[in-house]
Design a protein around this ligand. Structure first.
Ligand code: DCP
Ligand code: MN
Ligand code: MG
Length: 352
């Protein structure tokens, strides 16, 4: 699911990365300045970063050796991992295995990233109940723990559709012409989804003040119907948004009526009509597809964001952008693909 910080687990080479990280943490613990462990930590960190960026599975030691920044020794360990399922050295590091298992559990809580997980482990926490007793949990961590089990369950397409219809009718009860679409993995055709991602817009409406009224109306209706049961992040309003396009984002937890229905994570965007195409591309994803489209644009002196495609973008030698560029497309997805001269990709083809 879409989380502001925290998530972003790698898609490929999960086991390799997990095990290399355990070794790196071990060397980090035992190193002294300038020792060979000290250099191992540096090498492991470089290799892990490189492997994280890969968009394919490593299946042999030879393949590992071809990855830049992966040296001979680490490649050999990767070879063990893919052949035996485990790096042999890990057998002698018992406490690290425990750490990895517990930190993985902690990271499965909504909004909890690696740093938090490590901090809690270092404090002596080992179970979710240990976490529940911590005095300084944030509101979202409390919510994530409360619904932990439910939020890990995948959402069948047909339930995503049901949730989509509830949001749509709440929106249309304000203005019948409002457009409400389910995006994310659902739109890419996945059989089940991690959360529900909804994009709402109204024909020819771009101004922040009007869009905020739509967002408020939807939230009010859905809270009244006991559909939204917990807010993770509410959109904020400020006067400066009034007369210009503005994107509003809501994140929360919803539940269909009935005693046995499961709590689900829902993201709702209310966005300017003029940006709708760019938002649909962004929120349909997947994230890898977004990254490659953005890179493609940037290699052609353009810039793609959730607001649109911008032309005449100037970048310094370090690729740092020095101006915003001129907005050239974004009302529809096709407009953006056309301007980039990429053949249109159907949502189900955006599984990169
Ligand atoms: N997105 C992105 N980069 C991120 C997070 C999200 O580009 N770091 C975009 C692409 C995603 C979309 O937002 O497809 C929705 O985010 P989700 O986290 O909800 O991801 P998905 O809907 O694709 O998958 P899931 O079934 O896990 O929700
Ligand atoms: Mn999401
Ligand atoms: Mg999603």
């Amino acid at each position: 699911p879409h989380v502001a910080g925290g998530k972003d687990e790698p898609r490929y080479n999960g086991a390799i990365l997990e095990q290399l990280k355990i070794l790196m943490d071990h060397y980090d613990k035992v190193k002294t300045k300038g020792s060979k462990e000290h250099f191992k930590v540096i090498n492991y960190r470089k290799a892990i970063t490189a492997i994280r960026a890969l968009d394919y599975e490593i299946t042999s030691e030879e393949m590992a050796l071809k990855v830049p920044r992966v040296g001979k020794k680490i490649a050999q360990k990767i070879g063990e991992c893919v052949a035996l399922g485990k790096i042999k050295k890990l057998d002698h590091l018992d406490w690290d295995k425990e750490r990895s298992r517990v930190e993985t559990l902690f990271r499965s809580v909504y909004g909890v990233g690696s740093e938090m997980a490590t901090e809690w482990y270092n404090k002596g926490c080992r179970t979710l109940d240990d976490l529940r007793k911590l005095p300084d949990l944030t509101k979202n961590q409390i919510t994530g723990l409360k619904y932990h089990e439910d939020l890990l369950k995948r959402i069948p397409r047909q339930e995503v559709e049901q949730i989509g219809r509830i949001v749509e009718s709440a929106a249309k009860s304000l203005h019948p012409d409002i457009d409400s679409q389910v995006t994310g993995s659902y739109r890419r055709g996945k059989l089940d989804c991690g959360d529900v991602d909804i994009v709402v817009a109204r024909p020819n409406i771009d101004n922040g003040d009007e869009l905020f009224v739509i967002m408020e109306h939807i939230l009010k209706e859905l809270v009244k119907a006991d559909f939204l049961v917990e807010h993770l992040s509410l959109p904020v309003w400020s006067e400066s948004m009034a007369n210009q396009p503005h994107h509003f984002k809501y994140m929360g937890i919803c539940k269909l009526p009935g005693d046995d229905s499961v709590h689900r994570h829902i993201d709702i965007l209310v966005v300017p009509w003029i940006h709708l195409g760019a938002v649909l591309i962004y929120f349909t994803g997947n994230d890898i597809c977004n990254r490659s489209m953005r890179l493609f644009a940037s290699n052609r002196g353009m810039r793609l964001s959730d607001k649109g495609l911008f032309e005449g973008v100037i970048r310094s030698k370090a690729r740092k952008r020095v101006n915003e560029g001129r907005w050239v497309a974004g009302r529809t997805e096709r407009e953006i693909f056309d301007y980039l001269k990429i053949p249109y990709l159907e949502p189900y083809e955006r599984e990169c």
